[in-house]
Ligand binder design. Sequence first.
Ligand SMILES: Nc1ncnc2c1ncn2[C@@H]1O[C@H](COP(=O)(O)OP(=O)(O)OP(=O)(O)O)[C@@H](O)[C@H]1O
Ligand SMILES: [Mg+2]
Length: 290
Amino acid sequence: MLRSIQLKDANVVAEGYADAGQAHSVAAPLPFAIEYRGVTRRFKNRQGKGEMTAVSNVSIGIKAGEFVSLIGPSGCGKSTLLNMGAGLYAPSEGQVTLAGKPVRGPSQQVAFMLQKDLLMPWRSIQKNVELGMQIRGRGKAERAEVARALLARCHLKGFENHYPHQLSGGMRQRAALARTLAVEPDVLLMDEPFSALDAQTKMVLQQDLAQMLAAEGKTALMITHDLAEAIALSDRVFVMSERPGTIIEEITVDLPHRDNPIERRKQAGMNEYVAHLMELLKVGRDDHLG
Ligand SMILES: Nc1ncnc2c1ncn2[C@@H]1O[C@H](COP(=O)(O)OP(=O)(O)OP(=O)(O)O)[C@@H](O)[C@H]1O
Ligand SMILES: [Mg+2]
């Protein structure tokens, strides 16, 4: 059965986890892996006159090990929220915390993955994956071994010495995933990581991502415009309004196989969730087309 909560009062930190029961039974609950509390972000207008509000009063808490997706119309402030999680800029109001500690800049606990792979064209795939570890001062032999193992897990064995331009888009995105995981982040922030890929490559990569994250218990916050992708991968989905973006609904995905999106896509309840998201986002409605 589809469970969703309409968040009329955005000050309420959303509850309603997939594994209901656990959330309330602990005496001293662990801090959220990542939490936005009353977060508003304003930007100066281009002309320098006045300000516009990109996101307004967003409160969401994501537990360690959860996979959460964020969907909403273009320009509603999704990337802005993610960038604040990555410490790229600060909220105008409110606070973002990682494991209870305020985010004050980029952190080693967080890895960021974008639509564009941003691999260094002059470094081999192996060296690209090693980069984050190198910056963190890990030894040569160790980082080479970790990178090789991760590339094998991402089905890129044999391509270690290739350069990014020698790989397909899907392979490059796999390499980007290996690089993201190489720095052993607690939290993965992903901004439309698969949107540039064809439908089949996308599903294979989603499968790999879901299995790896579930096996390692990592926390993920992903932005996507692909509604089925959000349902196939997530424990919960937050839906945002048009700009200034606020959270208008939280949906708990009560379907099995979070670690196996291909199986989850075959579940009878899948379509009901996607249809509900389409309704919320007014997909196909005349008023949406303006
Ligand atoms: N650094 C910035 N300076 C000024 N305005 C910005 C900046 N970053 C984002 N904005 C503005 O904030 C609003 C939200 O942008 P954002 O990129 O967060 O949207 P989004 O939800 O990620 O959209 P999309 O789905 O198209 O990627 C937009 O109006 C954008 O122009
Ligand atoms: Mg964006």
